[in-house]
Design a protein around this ligand. Structure first.
Ligand SMILES: C[S@@+](CC[C@H](N)C(=O)[O-])C[C@H]1O[C@@H](n2cnc3c(N)ncnc32)[C@H](O)[C@@H]1O
Length: 464
């Protein structure tokens, strides 16, 4: 692979004796990985049902390698059921090393297409708030889809410039992830187009942006909160230097050690202005030291551990306590989950289930708040694709589940009407949650043994 000579020279200076083994990696195949969605399935159960060979990523509990030259996990019904996300193994590290707990208010500031946000959301277990933001509104649409596919409903998905977001959320979040836009040097092997992009916009261009983003993020973190900064590049000006900039500008922050793995290399304090020794607690991932493409991570804390504020002082806006439309009430009776009525919000035809503790966001550019439950149409309620993905099969009273070997599963994903007489009684009718091996894929409406397909058209299985 042809690399820019300026890049090679820099890596030689950075790695010294290790440079030959680093550069030799470019003649080896890239790593393919998938990360299990633990909100929907345990790692143990996934191992049991996974239809292709996988190997544990040793530093990620729910991360696995697969052979991307032989299998296409994105073309399997389990992918459509949101059971996993395809992700290069070193990119799994940032979300795994930010200690998110159920109930936290979490911000993923540069989130699209959702590789880290989906893991942060899974860790929340449906409690607290995941705010996933990306400056690009087109990329934010893909982000929303992945969050919905993962079944995560306690969300705010927005598309704002970080400074503007900071006006809405001063000292609000318990945990923040900044997976910063970067020159992408760690992605050269995975995607050759990155080399050309690097030649156009290199480390100096991104370093300026990153220094701005990290300060904006800092102002949104509560006292005692934790923030993880990551890039997929090697240049110190985008890594140690950005952290040094934060420590100079916001002295209340300190660097925290990251849960170790034998392949991690320490950060390099001597490569940043001021050579703060705590930068040695940041982590570098190099492909010649472990089986991942390349990353940098820094875990930071603002001040000392302070008691969590929770929703205190940030009252969510009061929602109108109006009677729910009858058709919605009727549908909600079919759900075997506890929904808190004061979190139901109706905007025009659309019904949402709002996350805990979201403050007033009027004026913010957002794509979604909460879980879209469905739409009120004339005298009916139509449940949404997002709700199907957020449910477990046992949480709805009418379910049709087929094994993944049944050809009707793919036909369902293609949008076809199905004959399911063998799976239902003629007396059964109305909304059914259609599942593969017990994992929801979407809705269908049953009548006389025929299932009318309600799978979201934009998500359909595309024929190659
Ligand atoms: C490395 S990517 C994020 C990848 C994502 N975290 C994931 O794991 O799927 C960086 C993202 O930052 C966004 N971005 C670019 N400039 C930005 C800025 N000035 N402020 C915030 N986000 C920005 C880009 O649109 C891009 O989606």
């Amino acid at each position: 692979m042809k690399l820019p000579s300026e890049f090679e020279e820099k890596m030689q200076r950075l790695l010294g004796d290790e440079f030959p083994s680093y550069i030799a990696c470019y003649d080896e195949p890239r790593y393919y990985g998938l990360r299990v969605n633990t909100k929907k399935i345990s790692v143990e159960d996934f191992r049991r049902i996974c239809p292709f060979e996988i190997r544990q990523v040793p530093w990620i509990e729910n991360g696995f390698y697969y052979n991307g030259e032989e299998v296409s996990p994105a073309r399997h019904p389990y992918y459509f059921a949101g059971l996993y996300y395809l992700q290069e193994p070193s990119a799994m590290t940032p979300a795994s090393r930010l200690p998110v707990e159920p109930g936290d208010r979490v911000l993923d500031l540069c989130a699209a297409p959702g590789g880290k946000a989906t893991e942060l959301g899974a860790k929340l277990r449906g409690r607290g708030l995941l705010a996933a933001n990306d400056i690009s509104s087109s990329r934010a649409k893909g982000l929303l889809k992945n969050i919905e596919l993962f079944g995560i409903g306690n969300v705010l998905v927005s598309s704002e410039e970080p400074g503007r977001l900071a006006e809405f959320f001063p000292e609000f979040f318990d945990k923040i992830l900044i997976d910063a836009p970067c020159s992408g040097e760690g992605m050269f092997r995975k995607d050759k187009k990155m080399v050309k992009a690097w030649e156009e916009h290199g480390p100096a261009f991104f370093s300026k942006i990153q220094k701005n983003i990290i300060l904006q993020a800092a102002s949104m973190l509560r006292e005692g909160g934790m923030m993880l900064y990551s890039t997929c590049t090697f240049d110190p000006s985008e890594n140690e230097e950005v952290i040094a900039h934060l420590l100079r500008e916001r002295p209340e922050f300190h660097v925290c050690p990251i849960e170790p793995y034998q392949g991690f290399a320490p950060g390099r304090p001597e490569l940043a202005k001021g050579a703060d020794p705590s930068l040695a607690d940041t982590v570098r991932i190099f492909p010649h030291r472990m089986h991942g493409e390349g990353h940098f991570l820094a875990l930071l804390q603002k001040g000392e551990q302070a008691p969590k504020k929770g929703s205190e002082g940030k009252e969510p806006p009061r929602r109108r306590s109006r009677r729910l439309p009858e058709e919605l009430e009727k549908f909600l009776e079919k759900l075997k989950i506890d929904l808190s009525p004061d979190r139901l919000d109706i905007h025009g035809e659309r019904v949402y289930y709002m996350p805990e503790g979201l403050s007033d966001i009027r004026g913010l550019r957002f794509l979604r708040t909460g879980l879209l439950l469905g739409e009120l149409k004339k005298n009916r309620f139509e449940p949404s694709q997002a709700m199907a993905m957020a449910l477990r099969a046992e949480e709805f009273d009418q379910v049709i589940s087929l094994p993944c070997s049944d050809e009707r599963v793919i036909r369902y994903l293609k949008g076809e009407t199905l004959d399911v007489e063998d799976k239902t009684s003629t007396a059964q009718k109305g909304w059914h949650l259609f599942c593969v091996d017990g994992y929801p894929l979407g809705w269908g409406k049953l009548s006389g043994g025929t299932l009318k397909n309600k799978y979201l058209p934009g998500w359909r299985w595309q024929s190659l």
